[in-house]
Design a protein around this ligand. Structure first.
Ligand SMILES: *Cc1c(COP(=O)(O)O)cnc(C)c1O
Length: 411
């Protein structure tokens, strides 16, 4: 059975690229994240190709997965980075990126973050507040920087077809600036002598279920900037969806690009994909600690939880779960739950799974985005390690945290 080009069954064993996952986790222990660099780069090349007509520059959204090994691989492949905090800028720089390969978004940038970004020579600010523009202008003056490029982030007031927590472009959202405010800012741009307002930005949400809202947002954006020929760069944000279910169909990228191509001709185009580059390149492996039969149900209590993977608890997200070793045995319905003291700590509800035993291992699929990046130490759980697979090689790119790490910052 092929799950994707990197993660599949061979002789009933789940493998990642050419490596047996059971053999890896015997050395690392569980829970552990495992990523295929090959799959990340395939995803990158696929997007590059799909958007080739727009000659789009891809800036990987660091918040989806901040593993330095992944950032380095993407950098070497030619990607830039989209950062939403000074911490993420630091990660991108650590991975070897130059400031000019970094764009900086965020609805609440501190003055310190703004000064840091300017000192690193980042290429674009995606600005979301009017006062922020004053801060950018002042920080540039203090640093002796003549020009900082700003792309105003438009809140196009469209409602994306996604989970409410992942929609960012509707009228009630905190993100972006409305059309009226953007017009006003552009009319008074002389008040910011060190800012070059030559870009515009939208990001209407994540895991977008169809292209309609994006297209309507782009049309609004184009109408808005028509009188301002100085705007040469359009940043379309991220949000491209991935299939979390085996049977899930996602909107056609080619169709989307085809529709956009004629509208966007002549502009420099930036994209900020996160999930679509890394989600299906990663898995979270867990071991079954207990099989509990209670009140007519079967619970697989595993050693991974909402602390390591919060998406099911936070968004009601669906992740497919498969055993590392396939069996021909009986199929049952089970809940896969973690050890955390929260009823929300359910990784999968009522799934058709083989009847398994304590010690058997499961892989939670499509875990490469917003998995480790959102992990916490809740219940004083050390965060898991991360393994990177590169062809026939694998290594621990981040070690599992220790109990010592849990008290490290206490004074
Ligand atoms: C989160 C985010 C992205 C990435 O979104 P994905 O859905 O992971 O592609 C891109 N741009 C901005 C501004 C973001 O906040």
């Amino acid at each position: 059975m092929v799950l994707n080009s990197s993660i599949r069954y061979v002789d009933d064993s789940l493998i990642i690229d050419e490596l047996n996952i059971t053999a890896i986790v015997e050395e690392t222990g569980t829970p552990v994240y495992i990523y295929s660099l090959k799959r990340v780069l395939e995803n990158y090349r696929r997007l590059r190709l799909a958007f080739a007509r727009l000659r789009a520059h891809l800036h990987f959204s660091v918040k989806s997965n901040g593993s330095l090994a992944i950032l380095r691989a993407l950098k070497d492949a030619g990607a830039g980075f989209d950062c939403v905090s000074a911490g993420e800028i630091h990660l991108a720089l650590e991975a070897g990126a130059r400031g000019e390969e970094i764009v900086f978004a965020g609805v609440g940038k501190t003055r310190a973050e703004i000064a840091y970004a300017i000192s690193k020579g980042i290429s674009w600010f995606n600005a979301e507040n009017v006062l922020e523009l004053r801060y950018i202008n002042e920080a540039a003056a203090e640093a002796g920087v003549d020009t900082v490029r700003v792309a105003l982030r438009l809140n196009p007031q469209v409602t994306a077809n996604t989970h409410p927590y992942m929609a960012t472009g509707h009228g009630a959202a905190k993100f972006g600036l409305t059309e009226d405010v953007i017009r006003e800012v552009l009319a008074r741009q002389d008040e910011y002598p060190r800012i070059d307002f030559s870009g515009i930005h939208i990001h209407i949400g994540s895991q977008l279920g169809d292209n309609a809202a994006t297209l309507s947002a782009v049309d609004k954006l184009l109408r808005l900037i028509r009188p301002w020929s100085q705007i040469r760069m359009i940043n379309l944000g991220g949000g491209l969806p991935v299939a979390y279910r085996f049977d899930e169909a996602i909107p056609s990228l080619d169709e989307f690009v085809g529709t956009l191509a004629s509208r966007l001709r002549g502009y420099e185009i930036l994209l900020e994909p996160g999930r679509s580059l890394v989600a299906d390149a990663g898995i979270l492996v867990a071991e079954i600690l207990y099989v509990k039969r209670q009140a007519g149900q079967i619970f697989y209590i595993v050693d991974a939880s909402m602390a390591e993977m919060i998406r099911p608890a936070l968004y009601g997200a669906h992740h497919e779960i498969v055993p590392l070793r396939k069996t021909d045995g009986e199929m049952i319905r089970a809940h896969v739950v973690g050890p955390v003291c929260e009823s929300a700590d359910v990784l999968a509800r009522d799934r058709r799974l083989p009847l398994l035993r304590e010690g058997d291992k499961l892989a939670l699929l499509t875990a490469g985005a917003y998995g480790m990046a959102m992990a916490s130490n809740y219940n004083a759980r050390p965060r898991p390690g991360e393994v990177v697979v590169d062809g026939e090689r694998w290594w621990i790119s981040r070690r599992r945290e220790t109990y010592g790490d849990l008290v490290r910052y206490e004074t």
